[in-house]
Design a protein around this ligand. Structure first.
Ligand code: APR
Length: 320
Protein backbone atom coordinates (compact mmCIF):
# COMPACT_ATOMS: atom_id res chain seq x y z
CA UNK A 1 0.00 0.00 0.00
CA UNK A 2 1.24 3.50 -0.80
CA UNK A 3 2.53 5.55 2.10
CA UNK A 4 0.07 8.14 3.47
CA UNK A 5 0.65 11.69 2.24
CA UNK A 6 1.02 14.40 4.84
CA UNK A 7 0.82 18.01 3.71
CA UNK A 8 2.19 20.66 6.04
CA UNK A 9 0.80 24.08 5.16
CA UNK A 10 3.33 26.47 6.63
CA UNK A 11 6.99 25.48 6.82
CA UNK A 12 8.10 27.72 9.67
CA UNK A 13 9.13 26.66 13.16
CA UNK A 14 6.21 24.34 13.78
CA UNK A 15 6.00 23.16 10.16
CA UNK A 16 9.65 22.13 10.11
CA UNK A 17 9.34 20.33 13.43
CA UNK A 18 6.21 18.55 12.20
CA UNK A 19 8.07 17.39 9.10
CA UNK A 20 10.98 16.08 11.15
CA UNK A 21 8.68 14.21 13.56
CA UNK A 22 6.62 12.74 10.71
CA UNK A 23 9.87 11.58 9.11
CA UNK A 24 11.30 9.97 12.23
CA UNK A 25 8.00 8.24 12.95
CA UNK A 26 7.69 7.20 9.29
CA UNK A 27 4.12 8.47 9.15
CA UNK A 28 4.23 8.89 5.39
CA UNK A 29 5.51 11.07 2.57
CA UNK A 30 5.69 14.72 3.52
CA UNK A 31 4.98 17.82 1.45
CA UNK A 32 5.98 21.14 3.00
CA UNK A 33 4.11 24.11 1.52
CA UNK A 34 4.90 27.75 2.23
CA UNK A 35 4.65 31.09 0.45
CA UNK A 36 8.27 31.81 1.34
CA UNK A 37 10.42 30.65 -1.58
CA UNK A 38 13.21 28.28 -0.65
CA UNK A 39 12.16 27.67 2.97
CA UNK A 40 10.01 24.57 2.39
CA UNK A 41 12.46 23.24 -0.23
CA UNK A 42 15.42 23.74 2.10
CA UNK A 43 13.71 22.13 5.09
CA UNK A 44 12.48 19.17 3.02
CA UNK A 45 15.98 18.51 1.67
CA UNK A 46 17.60 18.93 5.08
CA UNK A 47 15.17 16.42 6.64
CA UNK A 48 15.60 13.95 3.77
CA UNK A 49 19.35 14.13 4.32
CA UNK A 50 18.87 13.13 7.97
CA UNK A 51 17.21 9.89 6.80
CA UNK A 52 20.34 7.78 6.27
CA UNK A 53 21.63 8.41 9.80
CA UNK A 54 18.25 8.20 11.51
CA UNK A 55 17.17 5.27 9.36
CA UNK A 56 13.84 6.29 7.89
CA UNK A 57 12.34 6.14 4.42
CA UNK A 58 9.97 8.58 2.80
CA UNK A 59 9.71 11.33 0.22
CA UNK A 60 10.14 14.90 1.35
CA UNK A 61 9.16 17.72 -0.95
CA UNK A 62 9.14 21.46 -0.44
CA UNK A 63 6.84 23.56 -2.58
CA UNK A 64 5.25 26.94 -3.19
CA UNK A 65 2.31 25.58 -5.20
CA UNK A 66 -0.84 24.03 -3.79
CA UNK A 67 -0.98 21.49 -6.60
CA UNK A 68 1.70 19.51 -4.79
CA UNK A 69 -0.56 18.76 -1.82
CA UNK A 70 -2.95 16.91 -4.16
CA UNK A 71 -4.54 13.89 -2.55
CA UNK A 72 -3.07 14.50 0.91
CA UNK A 73 -4.47 12.26 3.63
CA UNK A 74 -3.63 14.71 6.40
CA UNK A 75 -3.05 18.48 6.23
CA UNK A 76 -1.56 20.26 9.22
CA UNK A 77 -1.91 24.02 9.02
CA UNK A 78 0.55 26.39 10.68
CA UNK A 79 0.55 29.08 7.99
CA UNK A 80 0.36 32.58 9.41
CA UNK A 81 2.22 34.62 11.95
CA UNK A 82 3.12 33.70 15.52
CA UNK A 83 2.96 36.16 18.41
CA UNK A 84 5.75 38.22 19.88
CA UNK A 85 6.18 39.20 23.56
CA UNK A 86 3.29 41.37 24.75
CA UNK A 87 0.88 40.04 22.11
CA UNK A 88 -2.07 37.79 22.86
CA UNK A 89 -3.12 35.06 20.46
CA UNK A 90 -6.14 37.22 19.61
CA UNK A 91 -3.89 40.00 18.27
CA UNK A 92 -3.10 37.71 15.32
CA UNK A 93 -6.71 37.46 14.17
CA UNK A 94 -6.77 39.95 11.28
CA UNK A 95 -3.61 38.72 9.56
CA UNK A 96 -4.19 35.02 10.06
CA UNK A 97 -7.83 35.15 8.94
CA UNK A 98 -6.67 36.16 5.44
CA UNK A 99 -4.16 33.33 5.51
CA UNK A 100 -6.93 30.84 6.42
CA UNK A 101 -8.89 31.95 3.35
CA UNK A 102 -6.11 31.07 0.92
CA UNK A 103 -5.23 27.88 2.80
CA UNK A 104 -8.89 26.79 2.96
CA UNK A 105 -9.31 27.31 -0.77
CA UNK A 106 -6.09 25.41 -1.51
CA UNK A 107 -7.15 22.44 0.60
CA UNK A 108 -10.68 22.43 -0.86
CA UNK A 109 -9.25 22.28 -4.38
CA UNK A 110 -6.45 19.77 -3.92
CA UNK A 111 -7.03 17.77 -0.74
CA UNK A 112 -10.78 17.68 -0.06
CA UNK A 113 -10.61 14.24 1.57
CA UNK A 114 -7.89 15.12 4.07
CA UNK A 115 -8.12 15.20 7.83
CA UNK A 116 -7.18 18.81 8.55
CA UNK A 117 -5.51 19.84 11.79
CA UNK A 118 -5.26 23.59 12.36
CA UNK A 119 -2.61 25.02 14.67
CA UNK A 120 -2.68 28.67 13.57
CA UNK A 121 -3.80 31.10 16.28
CA UNK A 122 -6.15 32.38 17.59
CA UNK A 123 -6.92 28.71 17.33
CA UNK A 124 -10.65 28.32 17.94
CA UNK A 125 -11.56 31.13 15.53
CA UNK A 126 -9.02 30.08 12.90
CA UNK A 127 -10.15 26.45 12.79
CA UNK A 128 -13.73 27.67 12.40
CA UNK A 129 -12.71 30.00 9.57
CA UNK A 130 -10.66 27.25 7.92
CA UNK A 131 -13.66 24.90 7.95
CA UNK A 132 -15.86 27.66 6.50
CA UNK A 133 -13.39 28.61 3.78
CA UNK A 134 -12.59 25.00 2.85
CA UNK A 135 -16.13 23.66 3.06
CA UNK A 136 -14.77 20.31 4.28
CA UNK A 137 -17.01 18.28 6.63
CA UNK A 138 -16.72 19.59 10.19
CA UNK A 139 -15.64 16.18 11.51
CA UNK A 140 -12.59 16.36 9.24
CA UNK A 141 -11.43 19.82 10.35
CA UNK A 142 -10.11 20.13 13.89
CA UNK A 143 -7.93 22.41 15.95
CA UNK A 144 -4.89 21.41 17.98
CA UNK A 145 -5.00 23.03 21.41
CA UNK A 146 -6.24 20.74 24.15
CA UNK A 147 -3.54 18.12 23.60
CA UNK A 148 -0.88 20.82 24.00
CA UNK A 149 -2.54 22.53 26.97
CA UNK A 150 -3.01 19.14 28.66
CA UNK A 151 0.60 18.21 27.95
CA UNK A 152 1.77 21.41 29.61
CA UNK A 153 -0.48 20.69 32.61
CA UNK A 154 0.84 17.10 32.76
CA UNK A 155 4.44 18.26 32.64
CA UNK A 156 3.98 20.74 35.51
CA UNK A 157 2.12 18.12 37.56
CA UNK A 158 4.78 15.46 37.01
CA UNK A 159 7.45 17.87 38.28
CA UNK A 160 5.31 18.80 41.31
CA UNK A 161 4.61 15.17 42.23
CA UNK A 162 8.01 13.80 41.22
CA UNK A 163 6.42 11.08 39.07
CA UNK A 164 6.69 10.06 35.45
CA UNK A 165 4.73 12.17 32.97
CA UNK A 166 3.38 8.87 31.66
CA UNK A 167 1.42 8.38 34.89
CA UNK A 168 -0.15 11.83 34.85
CA UNK A 169 -3.35 12.42 32.90
CA UNK A 170 -4.86 15.86 32.54
CA UNK A 171 -7.88 17.45 30.99
CA UNK A 172 -8.04 20.98 29.61
CA UNK A 173 -11.23 22.21 27.95
CA UNK A 174 -12.50 25.43 26.40
CA UNK A 175 -10.80 27.90 24.10
CA UNK A 176 -7.04 27.99 23.55
CA UNK A 177 -6.55 31.27 25.34
CA UNK A 178 -6.51 32.91 28.74
CA UNK A 179 -9.94 31.46 29.50
CA UNK A 180 -8.98 27.81 28.95
CA UNK A 181 -10.37 25.44 31.57
CA UNK A 182 -7.88 23.00 33.17
CA UNK A 183 -10.09 20.47 34.96
CA UNK A 184 -8.47 19.32 38.22
CA UNK A 185 -11.27 16.87 38.98
CA UNK A 186 -10.67 14.96 35.75
CA UNK A 187 -6.87 15.08 36.01
CA UNK A 188 -5.05 12.30 37.83
CA UNK A 189 -1.82 10.71 38.90
CA UNK A 190 -2.23 7.03 38.03
CA UNK A 191 -5.99 7.40 38.38
CA UNK A 192 -5.98 9.38 41.66
CA UNK A 193 -7.80 12.69 40.97
CA UNK A 194 -5.91 15.87 41.84
CA UNK A 195 -8.37 16.99 44.58
CA UNK A 196 -7.72 13.63 46.34
CA UNK A 197 -3.97 14.23 46.10
CA UNK A 198 -4.49 17.57 47.84
CA UNK A 199 -6.51 15.82 50.59
CA UNK A 200 -3.74 13.23 50.91
CA UNK A 201 -1.29 16.09 51.51
CA UNK A 202 0.80 15.30 48.43
CA UNK A 203 0.42 18.91 47.33
CA UNK A 204 -1.49 21.98 48.47
CA UNK A 205 -4.43 23.73 46.90
CA UNK A 206 -2.26 26.86 46.49
CA UNK A 207 0.39 24.93 44.57
CA UNK A 208 -2.26 23.31 42.42
CA UNK A 209 -3.85 26.71 41.68
CA UNK A 210 -0.43 28.06 40.67
CA UNK A 211 0.10 25.11 38.30
CA UNK A 212 -3.33 25.67 36.76
CA UNK A 213 -2.51 29.34 36.17
CA UNK A 214 0.91 28.42 34.74
CA UNK A 215 -0.87 26.05 32.34
CA UNK A 216 -3.16 28.89 31.20
CA UNK A 217 -0.10 31.08 30.67
CA UNK A 218 1.97 28.25 29.18
CA UNK A 219 2.17 29.71 25.68
CA UNK A 220 2.98 33.22 26.91
CA UNK A 221 5.75 31.85 29.15
CA UNK A 222 7.52 30.39 26.11
CA UNK A 223 6.93 33.53 24.00
CA UNK A 224 8.48 35.59 26.81
CA UNK A 225 11.56 33.37 26.85
CA UNK A 226 12.03 32.98 23.09
CA UNK A 227 11.21 36.64 22.32
CA UNK A 228 11.21 36.06 18.55
CA UNK A 229 8.28 33.66 18.19
CA UNK A 230 6.15 31.12 19.99
CA UNK A 231 6.45 27.50 21.07
CA UNK A 232 7.03 24.89 18.39
CA UNK A 233 8.31 21.57 19.74
CA UNK A 234 5.33 20.72 21.95
CA UNK A 235 2.72 22.12 19.51
CA UNK A 236 4.19 19.95 16.73
CA UNK A 237 4.28 16.83 18.91
CA UNK A 238 0.65 17.38 19.92
CA UNK A 239 -0.53 17.66 16.32
CA UNK A 240 1.43 14.57 15.32
CA UNK A 241 -0.32 12.65 18.13
CA UNK A 242 -3.64 13.65 16.56
CA UNK A 243 -2.49 12.79 13.04
CA UNK A 244 -1.37 9.33 14.21
CA UNK A 245 -4.75 8.77 15.87
CA UNK A 246 -6.43 9.43 12.52
CA UNK A 247 -4.00 7.57 10.27
CA UNK A 248 -3.93 4.48 12.50
CA UNK A 249 -7.62 4.60 13.50
CA UNK A 250 -6.55 4.60 17.13
CA UNK A 251 -9.83 5.91 18.62
CA UNK A 252 -7.77 8.11 20.94
CA UNK A 253 -9.70 10.23 23.41
CA UNK A 254 -8.05 13.61 23.00
CA UNK A 255 -9.17 17.14 23.83
CA UNK A 256 -9.39 19.12 20.58
CA UNK A 257 -11.05 22.22 19.20
CA UNK A 258 -13.91 20.40 17.50
CA UNK A 259 -17.28 21.34 16.04
CA UNK A 260 -19.78 20.95 18.87
CA UNK A 261 -23.47 20.88 18.04
CA UNK A 262 -25.70 19.63 20.83
CA UNK A 263 -23.12 18.46 23.37
CA UNK A 264 -22.30 20.82 26.26
CA UNK A 265 -25.53 22.69 25.45
CA UNK A 266 -23.84 24.34 22.45
CA UNK A 267 -25.55 24.88 19.11
CA UNK A 268 -22.76 24.74 16.55
CA UNK A 269 -19.36 26.19 17.32
CA UNK A 270 -15.69 25.21 17.52
CA UNK A 271 -14.29 24.94 21.03
CA UNK A 272 -12.02 22.62 23.02
CA UNK A 273 -13.83 19.45 24.13
CA UNK A 274 -12.94 15.79 24.65
CA UNK A 275 -13.20 13.91 21.36
CA UNK A 276 -12.53 10.49 19.91
CA UNK A 277 -10.22 10.58 16.88
CA UNK A 278 -10.17 7.63 14.51
CA UNK A 279 -10.33 6.92 10.79
CA UNK A 280 -13.57 8.93 10.57
CA UNK A 281 -11.88 12.05 11.92
CA UNK A 282 -13.66 13.41 14.96
CA UNK A 283 -15.85 10.38 15.55
CA UNK A 284 -17.45 11.57 18.77
CA UNK A 285 -17.59 14.50 21.15
CA UNK A 286 -17.67 13.29 24.76
CA UNK A 287 -20.21 15.33 26.68
CA UNK A 288 -18.75 15.16 30.19
CA UNK A 289 -20.60 16.51 33.20
CA UNK A 290 -19.28 19.76 34.61
CA UNK A 291 -19.98 21.06 38.10
CA UNK A 292 -21.21 24.64 38.58
CA UNK A 293 -17.74 26.18 38.93
CA UNK A 294 -16.39 24.30 35.90
CA UNK A 295 -19.48 25.19 33.86
CA UNK A 296 -19.04 28.87 34.73
CA UNK A 297 -15.40 28.76 33.53
CA UNK A 298 -16.41 26.87 30.38
CA UNK A 299 -19.19 29.39 29.64
CA UNK A 300 -16.70 32.25 29.95
CA UNK A 301 -14.36 30.51 27.57
CA UNK A 302 -17.18 29.83 25.09
CA UNK A 303 -18.10 33.53 25.20
CA UNK A 304 -14.50 34.50 24.47
CA UNK A 305 -14.44 32.19 21.43
CA UNK A 306 -17.80 33.57 20.23
CA UNK A 307 -16.33 37.07 20.48
CA UNK A 308 -13.43 36.06 18.23
CA UNK A 309 -15.74 34.46 15.68
CA UNK A 310 -17.84 37.64 15.65
CA UNK A 311 -14.65 39.64 15.02
CA UNK A 312 -13.84 37.35 12.06
CA UNK A 313 -17.31 37.91 10.61
CA UNK A 314 -16.89 41.67 10.97
CA UNK A 315 -13.59 41.53 9.05
CA UNK A 316 -14.83 39.16 6.33
CA UNK A 317 -18.62 39.41 5.78
CA UNK A 318 -18.54 36.36 3.47
CA UNK A 319 -18.18 34.34 6.67
CA UNK A 320 -21.39 35.61 8.21
N1 APR B 1 0.38 30.49 3.07
C1 APR B 1 1.32 29.62 3.47
N2 APR B 1 2.25 29.88 4.38
C2 APR B 1 2.22 31.10 4.95
C3 APR B 1 1.27 32.09 4.60
C4 APR B 1 0.30 31.74 3.61
N3 APR B 1 -0.62 32.59 3.20
N4 APR B 1 1.50 33.19 5.34
C5 APR B 1 2.56 32.93 6.13
N5 APR B 1 3.00 31.66 5.89
C6 APR B 1 4.12 30.95 6.48
C7 APR B 1 5.33 31.83 6.77
O1 APR B 1 6.08 32.05 5.59
C8 APR B 1 6.07 30.99 7.80
O2 APR B 1 7.06 30.14 7.20
O3 APR B 1 3.76 30.43 7.74
C9 APR B 1 4.97 30.11 8.42
C10 APR B 1 4.75 30.37 9.90
O4 APR B 1 5.91 29.97 10.55
P1 APR B 1 6.51 30.72 11.81
O5 APR B 1 6.48 32.19 11.57
O6 APR B 1 7.80 30.08 12.16
O7 APR B 1 5.41 30.43 12.95
P2 APR B 1 5.22 29.10 13.82
O8 APR B 1 5.98 29.23 15.08
O9 APR B 1 5.43 27.89 12.98
O10 APR B 1 3.67 29.25 14.21
C11 APR B 1 2.67 29.21 13.23
O11 APR B 1 1.02 28.41 14.76
O12 APR B 1 1.00 28.22 17.09
C12 APR B 1 0.62 28.98 16.00
O13 APR B 1 0.57 31.20 16.91
C13 APR B 1 1.24 30.34 16.02
O14 APR B 1 -0.19 31.25 14.35
C14 APR B 1 1.11 30.75 14.59
C15 APR B 1 1.29 29.43 13.84
Amino acid sequence: MARPKIALIGAGQIGGTLAHLAAIKELGDVVLFDIAEGTPQGKALDIAESGPSEGFDGCFKGTNTYEDIAGADVCIVTAGVPRKPGMSRDDLLGINLKVMKSVGEGIAKYAPNAFVICITNPLDAMVWALQQFSGLPAEKVVGMAGVLDSARFRHFLSVEFGVSMRDVTAFVLGGHGDTMVPLARYSTVAGIPLPDLVSMGWTTQDKLDAIIQRTRDGGAEIVGLLKTGSAFYAPATSAIEMAEAYLNDQKRLLPCAAWVDGAFGLDGMYVGVPTIIGAGGIEKVIDIKLNDAEQAMFDKSVDAVKGLVAACKAIDPTLA
